[in-house]
Design a protein around this ligand. Structure first.
Ligand code: BG6
Length: 513
């Protein structure tokens, strides 16, 4: 499929507000997220001419670092992880706007030093006091960070006439409903909801943003987008990596908390939401939120019927030996943390009544792939579908989030020849073929939106809590069951047999992604 107009849009599609001069303060400034994602994202925005002409970036963190060492760390991160290569003149321009303050989140003196640095760079670069605080730190320091920011007088109220303050928080926002509420309440004491940007980096992915465009900028999908035509939906997010060095975190999380509570439920919300009546951030967020509210609860014993969890055992992924999960560093030898989860759920509203949504995600799987597959119903048993063999294969719309971003539509076609035999074929659209420019990274788009004050792609407090409420029911169902052992799947395979049964008892099959 080739697009008729491949001209790249000059503006991000939903971002209506101009990006003004600002000061970005990264807590955890020398950490992994800053080095791998945030600093490269800022640099790419600069190269693409999307950063405001006036800006400054201050790293703040416990790791001792002076300004030059921070610049060296940024350069190293950009050289390794940036989408676009270093251009010496642009780099120098960028580097002079980077600085670093060493300090910890419970040290008021460090915050005074930070405040002084903010004021210094704001004077130096004639910045008007629009401040963005990125909390790239573990959630247990969210509270103290917000509190000290407040005490040091660095947070302005949302109605301040000339300055603005915004805060960006990363997941995990809690490990269940109660802890999520606590974190939200803590941040809420210092920042107004309109100033809080909760990141779900999946929402910043180009192909995820395209879900809304696909659904609402085309006329062919919406009429069939309901229980009358759609048989079921599958959402798969599979990863090749095991848990690597993240054992400590992962042991407390598991696949349901790590991937389903946030990324996969957001994909589900985008696929299932009602058409919003405008692109206003609140209208769009309300539409996504409604889906979460309509999810049929999975409680008590139902949790064991509607979900399958498992752990990877020793195996190989792409020829590499992978130890079993229980042998990974920082993992208990009797751990029951799931590295794979599959579940079936229903959205109880008029549009989706009776349509099962199957969700699955896992670590140490054969291939990295995120996709949403929408399978249409069988055609009636007349004309080409009168005999059980061969049956006509139902239409399938596949949205490939990553890799090989694109979309495919499976249709039946006549095999050339004098007899009428049919065969499924695919109409395929590949981002890479259709648009020459590489897609920006999720963090580029998300940082830009915070600068513009556009919260469409961020998680609102009620949405985070609604998804935690649904997930917490499942977690409690699991806890009540008191599992001491989980089914295993060898690393490099598609999950346990029980997961196949979950879908096959409904007469359907997981897609081969
Ligand atoms: C993160 C999870 O939120 O998303 C990780 O904590 C996971 O466990 C990652 O690997 C996946 O993101 P992506 O963009 O690589 O699909």
């Amino acid at each position: 499929m080739t697009p008729e107009h491949t001209q790249a849009p000059t503006q991000p599609p939903f971002s209506g507000t101009a990006v003004g001069p600002c000061t970005l303060v990264i807590f955890g400034g020398s950490g992994d997220l800053a080095r791998r994602k945030l600093l490269p994202a800022l640099y790419n925005l600069l190269l693409d001419g999307l950063l405001p002409p006036n800006y400054a970036v201050i790293g703040f963190g416990r790791v001792p670092c002076n300004h030059d060492e921070f610049r060296a760390l940024a350069r190293d991160g950009i050289e390794q992880f940036s989408r676009q290569a270093i251009q010496q003149d642009r780099w120098e321009d960028f580097a002079q706007r980077l600085s670093y303050i060493t300090g910890s989140s419970d040290d008021p003196q460090a915050y005074q030093a930070l405040r002084t640095q903010i004021e210094t760079v704001e004077k130096q670069f004639a910045l008007p006091g629009h401040r963005i605080f990125y909390l790239a730190v573990p959630p247990n320091v969210f509270a103290s960070s917000c509190q000290v920011l407040h005490q040091a007088g660095m947070v302005d109220p949302p109605d301040h006439p000339t300055r603005s303050s915004r805060v960006i928080v990363e997941k995990p926002i809690g490990h269940d409903l109660e802890s999520a509420r606590e974190i939200n309440a803590t941040i809420g004491k210092v920042f107004h909801e309109a100033q809080i940007y909760r990141i779900d980096h999946y929402l910043g992915k180009e192909t995820v943003q395209n879900i809304m465009v696909l659904r609402f900028a085309n006329s062919i999908f919406e009429p069939i987008w309901n229980h009358k035509y759609i048989d079921h939906v599958q959402i798969t997010v599979s990863e090749e990596e095991g848990i690597g060095a993240r054992g400590l975190y992962y042991e407390q999380a598991g696949a349901l908390r790590d991937m389903v509570q946030n990324h996969i439920l957001q994909l589900l919300a985008l696929i299932a939401m009602e058409p919003p009546y405008s692109l206003d951030p609140e209208v769009v967020r309300n539409a996504r939120m409604e889906v979460l509210r309509c999810l049929r609860p999975i409680r008590g014993k139902t949790a064991e019927e509607m979900t399958i969890r498992a752990q990877y055992a020793h195996g190989t992924v792409r020829g590499q030996d992978v130890p079993g999960y229980r042998r990974e560093n920082d993992v208990r030898p009797d751990s029951t943390t799931e590295t794979y989860v599959a579940l079936k759920c229903y959205i109880e509203n008029w549009r989706w009544s009776g349509v099962p949504f199957y969700l699955r995600t896992g670590k140490a799987m054969p291939r990295r792939a995120s996709e949403i597959a929408v399978q249409l119903k069988d055609i009636p048993e007349i004309l080409f579908n009168t005999t059980p063999h061969p049956r006509q294969i139902p239409n399938l719309l596949t949205l490939r989030i990553q890799p090989q971003e694109g979309m495919a539509l499976r249709i039946m076609s006549k095999i050339p020849g004098s007899r009428v035999n049919t065969h499924p074929v695919e109409m395929n659209f590949n981002y890479g073929d259709a648009f020459s420019a590489p897609s920006p990274e999720a963090y580029e788009r998300l940082l830009l939106d915070v600068m513009a004050g556009d919260a469409s792609l961020f998680m609102r407090r009620d949405a985070v809590e609604a998804s935690w409420a649904w997930i917490t029911d499942i977690l409690q169902g699991w806890e009540a069951h008191g599992t001491r052992w989980l089914p295993e799947y060898p690393a490099g395979t598609w999950g346990p047999i029980q997961s196949d049964r979950l879908i096959e008892t409904d007469g359907k099959k997981w897609r081969v992604v």
